[in-house]
Design a protein around this ligand. Structure first.
Ligand code: C5P
Length: 297
């Protein structure tokens, strides 16, 4: 038996996502409220005779460890110690708008920092920029806290008072390529939305606040994958659903419910009616940050 470290890679949910401009290099400037769920992938990192990545779990099919996985990239850039074996247990669908590869890359960064005895979530400017260059969502996934994110994802202001939100996540198993979604935005004018005066601290206040906001990537994603409209309708129709919205560049959508029991009942109904879709009940907005667990392999 060897010592290992286990790191949770939570799903990232964009509760709102406004596109507020574009940089000269083509990247879009965002103003987004992100929160993290208690469902996600797991990374297990242990000693090995040669660097290895293995991938397993219910969502592993179609992913190959040799296909330039972001986890390998992070290990290459941020680890110079003895060789490591990294096992990625995939539970989140890929190319789904809920972090996926970025969450795994961020978990790898946290795990390597933890192994080296450093604060897992700390990033100096050069680490943050290197992670941002690998994927604009990675720095926010390192922080893994409810936050308002601006820039292309590098400015992360935690919003500590949002209560955990009972949620259902639904993905119709259609991958939506992020660059294509952003490209289809070109020329669209999205009116800016004011930030709230204070962070809402009850579920009702969060819903009222979110109802005034949008996901500007929903319209282009819907034109690429019209099934997203079916997902939103199906979530809206579940009992007690308070809000239904797409996350990131899609195709995963989320519903928010007043109680965990209502979210679980909705997840059961959606799984029964749409057996081909990926459905998960979750609590979103929970503080899941470092979650480094010493384990044995
Ligand atoms: O950084 P990431 O690999 O997630 O981005 C994929 C693509 O999505 C980028 O190459 C870019 O075309 C687009 N994108 C964007 N603005 C962002 C994030 C991504 O235009 N803020």
């Amino acid at each position: 038996m060897a010592d290992a470290i286990r790191v949770f890679a939570p799903a990232k949910i964009n509760l709102s996502l406004h596109v507020v401009g574009q940089r000269s290099d083509g990247y879009h400037l965002l103003d987004s409220v992100v929160a993290f769920a208690d469902v996600g992938d797991t990374l297990t990192i242990s000693d090995a005779s040669a660097p290895t990545l293995t991938i397993g779990g219910p969502e592993a099919s179609g992913l190959s460890p040799s296909d330039g996985n972001l986890v390998t990239e992070v290990a290459r850039r941020f680890w110079s110690g003895a060789p490591l074996q990294i096992h990625l247990e995939k539970r989140l669908p890929v190319a789904a708008g809920i972090g996926g590869g970025s969450a795994d890359a961020a978990a790898c960064y946290r795990g390597l920092r933890g192994l080296a005895g450093y604060d897992p979530v700390a990033m100096d400017e050069s680490a943050r920029d290197a992670l941002l260059a690998l994927g604009a969502d990675i720095p926010m996934c390192v922080v893994s806290r409810t936050a308002r994110v601006t820039g292309i994802g590098e400015r992360i202001a935690p919003l500590p008072d949002i209560p955990p939100l009972p949620t259902v996540l639904v993905n119709p198993r259609v991958g939506v390529p992020t660059p294509m979604v952003f490209r289809m935005l070109e020329g669209k004018d999205n009116p800016p939305i004011d930030a709230p005066d204070a962070t809402p601290d009850t579920l009702d206040a969060v819903i009222d606040w979110l109802e005034e906001q949008r996901n500007d990537l929903a319209a282009p994603a819907l034109s690429i994958a019209p099934v997203i409209g079916d997902v939103l309708d199906a979530i809206h129709r579940t009992e007690e659903c308070r809000l239904a919205r797409m996350s990131g560049s899609g195709a995963t959508c989320f519903g928010i419910y007043p109680t965990v029991a209502a979210a679980k009942a909705a997840a059961r109904m959606l799984s029964r009616d749409w057996p081909d879709w990926w459905v998960a009940a979750a609590k979103t907005g929970v503080d899941v940050k470092p979650q480094l667990i010493r384990a044995t392999t």
